[in-house]
Design a protein around this ligand. Structure first.
Ligand code: TRP
Ligand code: SF4
Length: 361
């Protein structure tokens, strides 16, 4: 039904950092898959804006705009607020609380050994990433995940180590603590690896924001055509009369993902016989991408023109995510010896009471 927090379908949770407008690689590698999961699972999808701060703390000026762009791309891609809980990480303070509590049982060595820790420090040499927050990146991710008790976490290969750490932390938590009925509070989630086709960027390397070779989901048609024009092709096809091989050409890879079987057949025939030129072939690839993106761009425009609708979606998502997260935290707090002090009234605001009895310090 349309209320994921009360149905009995298995839960799925995933998220992305707010890196700005999403590209075809993000779409084929994640979003497209998430959209399909909505048919079979209770889905929670969010934007990890706190995670952005772990690397961008010195200049957070882009985080808000990037978060908005990613939300628009989520909605454009077809994540459906009627079927999925869509929210922003920093709206759900319980993630931070669980991160703190999990930090009590997490060895520093585990975090230092997560491969992305050293890799990212190497990749982002211009920043000081010797911070506590950056070391804790995968533990915050573990809290993001475990707080919703999902069965599956749909991510790409690059996130597998983080889900592995999440499972290790859950295991350790469950060794120490149990629910009052003896059940596990933080079940170990499984990775749901996204099968993703090879999607080259315009320079033939993997499409990635850091390579500057992306086609954005929101790129207008002329931009898509302009980006494809200089795209790298089969290096064996130097002159128009040289035959080529679509299997050795990034443009051929794009055709395989976006073109109809008829067009793909024309590409193989024309390329291997030098019957078509690369310019024409790229035009067809651009046609295919433009029409694949048309429905996304139509939806994006609709949401862009209605910011109130978008904030309502996020407010509703925050409400539903909080309700779910709070259920878990209730059990976590009590299992860790917190939150049920004699005489305490959990429904009152403890801060408000204390401030009368205790002078300001
Ligand atoms: N680390 C993920 C990425 O870079 C983002 C992320 C944060 C995430 N928390 C998560 C992904 C929880 C899945 C589940 O894309
Ligand atoms: Fe690549 Fe198409 Fe040129 Fe063949 S014709 S090399 S597939 S761009």
């Amino acid at each position: 039904m349309s209320n994921p927090t009360s149905s009995s379908r298995k839960r799925v949770l995933s998220g992305m950092r707010p890196t700005g407008k999403l590209h075809l690689g993000n779409y084929m590698g994640a979003l497209h898959n998430w959209v399909r999961l909505q048919d079979d699972y209770d889905c929670f999808f969010f934007i990890a804006d706190w995670h952005a701060l772990t690397t961008d703390y010195a200049d957070p000026s882009q985080i808000a705009a990037n978060t908005r762009d990613v939300i628009l791309d989520y909605l454009a891609a077809g994540l459906d607020p009627a079927r999925s809980v869509l929210f922003i990480q920093s709206d759900i303070k319980q993630h931070a609380e669980l991160h703190l509590l999990l930090s009590m049982i997490t060895s520093v060595g585990w975090l230092e050994r997560v491969p992305t820790y050293k890799e990212q420090q190497e990749n982002l040499k211009d920043r000081d990433l010797s911070t506590y927050g950056f070391l804790g990146y995968p533990l915050l991710q573990a809290a993001d995940i475990l707080i919703y008790q999902p069965a599956f976490v749909p991510v790409g290969q690059d996130q597998v180590a983080h889900v592995e750490l999440t499972r290790e932390v859950a295991r350790r938590f469950n060794q120490f603590y149990k629910a009052t009925d003896g059940s596990e509070i933080l079940p170990e989630p499984q990775v749901l690896l996204t099968p993703s086709p090879k999607l080259p960027g315009t320079d033939g390397r993997k499409m990635s924001k850091s390579y500057g070779n992306t086609i954005l989901l929101s790129d207008p048609e002329p931009e898509i055509r302009a980006k494809l024009k200089p795209m790298v092709t089969d290096p064996a096809r130097i002159r128009r009369k040289d035959p080529g091989n679509p299997d050795k050409c990034p443009v051929g890879d794009l055709h395989k993902i976006f073109s109809t079987p008829e067009t793909i057949a024309k590409v193989y025939e024309g390329c291997t016989t030098a019957g078509i030129g690369c310019i024409e072939c790229k035009t067809w690839a651009a046609d295919a991408i433009v029409s694949a993106l048309a429905p996304l761009q139509e939806r994006r425009t609709k949401f862009e023109q209605n910011p109130t609708l978008v904030s309502d979606i996020l407010a509703d998502g925050a409400r539903r995510a909080t309700a779910r997260a709070e259920q878990t935290m209730h059990e976590v707090r009590s299992a860790m010896g917190l939150g049920s002090r004699p005489g305490s009234n959990p429904s009152s605001n403890p801060g408000a009471k204390v401030s009368k009895a205790v002078p300001n310090v």
